[in-house]
Write a protein that binds this ligand. Structure first.
Ligand SMILES: [Zn+2]
Length: 362
């Protein structure tokens, strides 16, 4: 079962170009001059709901770290089984949202064991069709503000607790993905995808994006961590593509700037274990600041970076590493401090607010 536990962290958010009519809540927000980086409001656009995390615990973390809202994507792997990492169904995320619509942005989760079967993507079977029907029935209620994170191309990793993910390489351009893209376009919600871009995976992604131009696609983890020119080309070619910075600090799974341990550096509350994380085009310098070239990029593409993301998909990211959330948010703040105030605000919260359209505002 543990092999099925692929932990991913991505946040899907709809394209800023969506035909949504966001309410203007900016008047309630701090003005740039009044908001030094330590007080900048943040929206976490890519977090997960793993097993055991309660609404009170999450809101407390958010309050303590200046996070106004969190886009919450359920993790299903293993469900509530003893060795499971996730939850059983999407109702818990909806429950969180109903109780705190001002804080929780619910996503229709796609980290499902049923989607780990490559053949199912190529040739959608009865189970795939069932999931498509279920997804449409859920989107029809308009409760969910996004779909994802889809785990299509993911490198292997492990956590000290034993949670691990094997290599996943599902091409982006498949009949099943096209059906999900169509559904997301129909209900005007963004799709969040974990898709590591490399030589092998890029051609299929382009085909998929070509097909899905009507759908807002959030490529998680700085667009799947391609090199800078590749990311620029993608963003220029596909205006419907957004990216997020989920897990992109040196503390997160996708921002390593030096070969990861074991053991991982102290201070994150975790030592030991077999860590298999790939280091790939980090945007952060290992000390909480943006690398110069990515700083220029962020200014240039300030409207396309939907936001930061804690990306905690495993219980231990909350309960073992109890300082992890605080440290990650501090690192994101530090990265945002490298940017002009206007860009920091956009990536900190304004782009997400625009995308989600003041979801939950009373
Ligand atoms: Zn991810």
């Amino acid at each position: 079962m543990k092999k099925l536990i692929a932990a991913m962290i991505i946040l899907s958010v709809g394209a800023l170009t969506q035909a949504q009519e966001p309410k203007d809540t900016t008047s309630k927000l701090p003005k740039p001059t009044e908001a030094p980086i330590s007080r900048l409001m943040l929206i976490d656009t890519h977090s997960h709901l793993p097993k055991g995390l309660t609404l009170d615990q999450l809101v407390k973390l958010m309050d303590e770290n200046g996070v106004a809202m969190t886009a919450l994507m359920p993790t299903f792997y293993g469900g509530n089984k003893p060795d499971g990492q996730g939850i059983s169904d999407e109702n818990l995320v909806l429950d969180f949202h109903r109780k705190r619509p001002d804080r929780i942005i619910p996503f229709m989760g796609m980290q499902r064991p049923v989607l780990l079967d490559k053949g199912r993507w190529e040739q959608p079977d009865a189970m795939a069709e069932r999931l498509l029907r279920f997804t449409e029935s859920q989107l029809r209620t308009r409760s969910f503000k996004g779909v994802g994170e889809f785990i299509l191309c993911h490198y292997p990793y492990s956590y000290p607790s034993g949670a691990r993910g094997e290599t996943i390489r599902i091409p982006a351009d498949t009949p099943l993905m096209k059906k999900f893209l169509d559904l997301a376009a129909k209900y005007n919600v963004p799709v969040s995808i974990h898709y590591e871009i490399d030589e092998e995976s890029l051609p299929s992604l382009k085909k998929m994006l070509e097909y899905g131009r009507r759908t807002t696609v959030i490529l998680a983890h700085n667009g799947g961590r391609p090199d800078l020119p590749t990311l620029q080309t993608l963003l220029n070619e596909y205006p419907n593509v957004l990216i997020d910075w989920a897990g992109m600090t040196h503390l997160g799974g996708y921002g390593w700037t030096s070969p990861p341990p074991p053991p991982r550096p102290t201070g994150r509350g975790v030592t030991g274990g077999t860590w298999v994380w790939f280091v790939k085009n980090p945007i952060e310098d290992g000390k909480g600041h943006l690398r110069p070239e990515w700083k220029v990029f962020a200014e240039q593409y300030q409207d396309r970076i939907v936001g930061i993301g804690f990306d905690g998909a495993h219980p231990e990211q909350f309960f073992v590493n109890t300082e992890g959330y605080k440290m990650a948010l501090a690192a994101f703040r530090s990265m945002l401090s490298d940017l002009s105030p206007g860009t920091a605000e956009k990536i900190g919260f304004k782009n997400a607010q625009r995308l989600f359209g003041a979801i939950g505002a009373k």
